[in-house]
Write a protein that binds this ligand. Structure first.
Ligand code: 6R9
Length: 649
């Protein structure tokens, strides 16, 4: 594999932290040393940055594969994210600059959010929700969604957020698996210029009996007509108006469950990933401070992820709010009303740290740099990327066009299961290598093993593992501890198996190669989908690409590429010409072994609602099979358009 990913290394420029950040580098750099001398002592010190009701005396109790962190201490997660900032005199600090898609705006301070969450905690208790009960949150990007999560945390209820685009059966599956007794939703919200109704999905999900939901709490946003079930449905604003303003928070043990989040299943039923309180809050807040070089007094942080995904949990709600950060939050899509929207918002709120996904960056590239140029983006000082490997071309574009050529770009690797960032540069310390997640953060160990469980040499590839437990690790799969063991801990014993392929470069730094199920084997040669995609998008005519390994009678697997062309290229070449040019390009760039058997020029790529390319569907298409489960697809018409293309071919 090692020589196969050399393409990623063709971008050999290195970027040292800018002068302005260097002042902080000494403190941050010292963390590596501290953590390597005394890993548990290091995490204990990070945990002590939180406000504890009863301080912990034991750091880690590790009975593989079950970890307890700080478990004899008690705290309240919501108090850490809200009340303590108000008590420290920061009540007037803006927590959220929120913008609705139609352009309406709300500013909420830490005092406002604290008041909202206290009242909502009373509402939840009034509806009979107790510590340990599960609450499903089916809400789009509204401040009420943040309040709902923190109100659950405040009373010790376990939230399970379900992304607002999921279907009734997906929602029902999660409600049943978690055993939720309350659903918090909205009438509807704005998306692509229209009100998108959510309440009907909840009604549909709850139509068949057999669930345990007693109440549905409904935030008024879309003002769309909705059905109402008397005795079950409750308006949020009416319940809030009747609720007492004061709420005394109780402390819970460090290992009290905080939330369950279902991962978009590639195979089988979705897994309910369980996270608990203090360890999770310790690592999310620590990484948020040090990866992004956060200054809570002056920074304005914008993580664009929906709070229905783990990135929204860890880097909009828990990490940033534990740090008392001012944030930007938006409803709807980036290109509505115009593609200038994200850049205008960065200028309007003076965003200093921007955290988004490679798929968004490549979409911005496709739309063109002209949209960024009408706004003043000079407030930006750190950029982050998460969710997929970022190809060097997108990395450089992000830094140059969005970051004005001076901002560090931190590529952060982590998962729903890891809870928080695990492998990433630190903005003020690390000399950056475009395309690489680089090094484990202080206090984390990561390695690359071969199939037999031996660490690979520098320069070689294999499977990413985490040899030591970490504070924000998943504790189990909700209701299925056996699946927890077999999925993550069977392959390498007491070492966590992440399911990602990775390579160590000559310096021992880590390059992510995509899920191991995305690694192809062509004639006995291992090829990474990420590597070929990176080669394709490096071609001047290509906007975006997805590569899959399709079963091939001769070579085992064959490379099949799906490509979106840039406007200019589709004008210049016929589809047949473009296919030939790109097959040649990859063969030349990586080697004949990587030459795609087929290149399909397509108008769009099928993506999950969290923006991940659904390679499984593309593989089905490439192998001429009936399509598997398409329920997590964001836009069904994309697949139909590709199928048309196939008939044409
Ligand atoms: C946070 C999040 C996890 C999977 C993970 C990996 C991919 C995430 C990445 C990355 C390369 C990065 N992934 N960040 N791959 N470089 N910086 O996305 O969680 O939705 O659970 O996805 O995403 O394959 O295993 P989740």
């Amino acid at each position: 594999m090692s020589d196969r990913i050399d393409h990623l290394l063709n971008e050999t420029r290195r970027f040292a932290p800018p002068e302005a950040l260097a002042g902080d580098s000494a403190t941050s750099a010292a963390l590596y040393e501290q953590a390597s001398e005394d890993r548990l002592g290091f995490w204990a010190e990070q945990a002590r940055q939180l406000q504890w009701e009863k301080p912990f005396t034991e750091v880690l109790d590790w009975q593989p594969p079950h970890a307890k962190w700080f478990h004899d201490g008690t705290l309240n997660v919501a108090v850490n994210c809200l009340d303590r900032h108000v008590e420290a005199g920061h009540g007037d600090r803006v927590a959220f600059h929120w913008e609705g898609e139609p352009g309406d705006r709300r500013t909420l301070t830490y005092a406002d959010m604290t008041a909202e969450v206290k009242r909502l905690a009373n509402v939840l208790e009034g509806l009979g929700v107790k510590a340990g009960d599960r609450v499903a949150i089916y809400l789009p990007m509204l401040p009420e969604a943040v309040a709902a999560m923190l109100a659950c945390a405040r009373i010790g209820a376990v939230h399970t957020a379900v992304f607002g685009g999921f279907s009734p059966s997906n929602l029902r599956g999660r409600i049943d698996d978690a055993g939720a007794t309350l659903v918090i939703t909205t009438d509807g919200a704005w998306r692509k210029g229209k009100v998108f109704a959510l309440k009907p999905t909840v009604d549909e999900a709850l139509r068949e009996p057999g669930h345990g939901v007693r109440n549905v709490l409904v935030v008024k946003r879309g003002e769309n007509e909705i059905d109402w079930v008397d005795g079950r449905d409750v308006w949020y604003h009416e319940a809030m108006a009747d609720a007492p303003a004061e709420h005394v928070a109780q402390a819970f043990p460090a290992e009290h469950p905080l939330f369950i989040l279902y991962t978009s299943g590639t195979t089988g039923n979705p897994k309910g990933i369980l996270h608990t309180s203090a360890g999770y809050l310790t690592q999310t807040s620590f990484t948020h401070r040090h990866v992004f070089d956060l200054k809570p007094e002056s920074d304005v942080f914008w993580c664009t992820a929906d709070i229905g995904w783990v990135t929204g949990h860890s880097y909009t709600v828990y990490g940033p709010m534990a740090n008392g950060t001012t944030q930007v939050m938006h409803e709807g899509t980036f290109d509505t009303p115009t593609p200038e929207r994200p850049w205008q918002m960065i200028e309007r709120y003076g965003v200093t740290i921007f955290y988004t996904a490679p798929t968004a960056i490549r979409t911005f590239m496709k739309l063109g740099r002209q949209h960024t140029q009408t706004s003043d983006l000079s407030s930006l000082r750190v950029l982050g990327s998460v969710g997929e490997p970022i190809n060097p071309e997108a990395w450089i574009w992000y830094r140059d066009v969005v970051g004005g050529g001076h901002t560090p770009v931190v590529d952060t690797w982590w998962q729903t299961e890891t809870g928080a960032i695990m492998i990433s540069a630190l903005a003020s310390v690390t000399t950056l290598k475009p395309g690489s997640a680089q090094v484990p953060i202080p206090g984390i160990e990561a390695d690359v093993y071969d199939e037999s469980g031996t660490p690979v040499a520098n320069g070689d590839g294999g499977l990413l593992v985490i040899p030591e437990p970490w504070p924000s690790m998943l504790r189990t799969i909700w209701g299925d501890d056996e699946r927890y063991r077999t999925t993550y801990w069977e392959k390498f014993g007491d070492t966590y198996f992440a399911g990602d392929g990775a390579r160590k470069d000559e310096d021992g730094e880590i390059w992510m190669l995509g899920r191991v199920d995305d690694v192809m084997n062509v004639s006995g040669h291992r090829l990474s989908t990420a590597e070929i995609e990176s080669s394709l998008v490096a071609h001047e005519g290509v906007a975006e690409s997805a590569v899959v390994g399709a079963t091939d009678a001769t070579t085992g697997q064959a490379v099949v590429a799906f490509v979106i062309l840039k406007e200019s290229a589709s004008k210049e070449h016929s589809v047949e010409e473009a296919e030939q040019i790109l097959r040649q390009h990859v063969a030349k760039d990586i080697g004949a072994i990587a030459r795609p058997r087929q290149v399909f020029i397509v108008p769009d790529l099928p993506k999950t609602r969290s923006g991940k390319i659904m390679r499984r569907l593309l593989r089905d298409l490439a192998e001429g099979r009936a399509l598997g489960d398409t329920t997590t697809l964001a836009d069904q018409s994309v697949v139909d358009a590709i199928k048309e293309q196939f008939r044409g071919a």
